[in-house]
Design a protein around this ligand. Structure first.
Ligand code: F6P
Length: 322
């Protein structure tokens, strides 16, 4: 393999730059040319690509976001658009691709292999941690720490004013961030897409706290399919119990910022492993880390199987909130 391409796609995640850096430096030191595809599938469709050097990735390791830009590219679901992108990749002489992103990005990568026989290796990058085949995704640890820092700050003001707060964290289909933040931040209740909690139970938990002298409470909610749902939860709680809740939606704050050491190290290992996988002739796989070991998993598994939030963590959050 003489020339490979790398791109970031979907929502950005802190640590993506560390992954790009590892891909670029592993490729170049192995005698492989490396091309950066700008803005994910959008740049692939228009042919916006640039050769990367060792120095192109200097000083990016500690920066959030992605130096290659990213996008959702909804048009990439159309086979004719994928054919156009595949033609641009082949025209550029690219013989393999490293796709850094989440399940939507992997769906596109899997199709490029299936339909156009372009070798692809995925690197899991999303704050949601909802990718099957790896214990953690790049950006997840940073997002949890960012959200936890916010929760701790809210705890200060909630305690000073004897208030109830609902803190909304990101997570469209998964509650990984919410549960971690709930356990680490001592939330009274955690609402996640995978485990429906009733408003009545949340109210009971608040009342239980009050009965033993607690003067403030924090509920954590994953945004699910409708960001801003914490306002609706606050409304339902007020109507059923009379409790007034303040709402804090953390939103895209969780997507930015300098990646934690854990994310930088994971990204560096996975970027390196992705290039080695392509060199070894592997394709249509994702590189991940399971139990401290680097693994490759078929992309089809990553896009069709679900990774579940551990039940014992959900139970722990409940138990410790007593
Ligand atoms: O990338 C994952 C994620 O941050 C989800 O947690 C969130 O629901 C979604 O992306 C938001 O997407 P966008 O930035 O496109 O609004």
């Amino acid at each position: 393999m003489k020339k490979i391409g790398v791109y970031t796609s979907g929502g950005d995640a802190p640590g993506m730059n560390a992954a790009i850096r590892a891909v670029v430096r592993t490729a170049i030191t192995s005698g492989i040319e490396i091309i950066g595809i700008i803005e994910g599938y959008t740049g692939m469709m228009s042919g916006e690509m640039e050769p990367l050097q060792l120095s192109s990735v200097a000083n990016c390791l500690q920066r959030g976001g992605t130096i290659l830009k990213t996008g959702r590219a909804p048009d990439f679901v159309k086979p004719e658009i994928r054919a156009q992108a595949a033609a641009k990749v082949k025209e550029a002489g690219i013989e393999g691709l490293v796709a850094i992103g989440g399940d939507g990005s992997f769906r596109g990568a899997h199709a490029l292999w299936e339909e156009h026989r372009i070798p692809v290796v995925g690197v899991p990058g999303t704050i949601d941690n909802d990718i099957f085949g790896t214990d953690s995704t790049i950006g997840y640890d940073t997002a949890v720490n960012t959200a936890l820092d916010a929760l701790d700050r809210i705890r200060d003001t909630a305690a000073s004013h004897n208030r109830l707060f609902i803190v909304e964290v990101m997570g469209r289909d998964s509650g990984f961030i919410a549960v971690d933040v709930g356990v680490a931040g001592g939330a009274e209740e955690v609402f996640i897409p995978e485990n429906l909690v009733s408003i009545d139970r949340a109210i009971q938990h608040i009342q239980r706290g009050l009965a033993r002298g607690k003067t403030s409470s924090i509920l954590v909610a994953a945004e699910g399919q409708s960001p801003g749902r914490a306002y609706d939860l606050a409304d339902q709680i007020r109507r059923k119990s009379g409790f007034e809740a303040k709402v804090c939606v953390l939103g895209h704050i969780q997507r930015g910022g300098s990646p934690t050491a854990r994310d930088r190290i994971l990204a560096s290992k996975l970027g390196f492993a992705a290039v080695r996988a392509l060199q070894a002739g592997q394709t249509d796989v994702m590189v991940g880390e399971v139990g401290g070991k680097l693994v490759t998993v078929p992309l089809l598994d990553c896009i069709t199987k679900k990774k579940h939030v551990p039940n014992d963590l959900i139970e722990l959050a409940q138990l410790l909130s007593h």
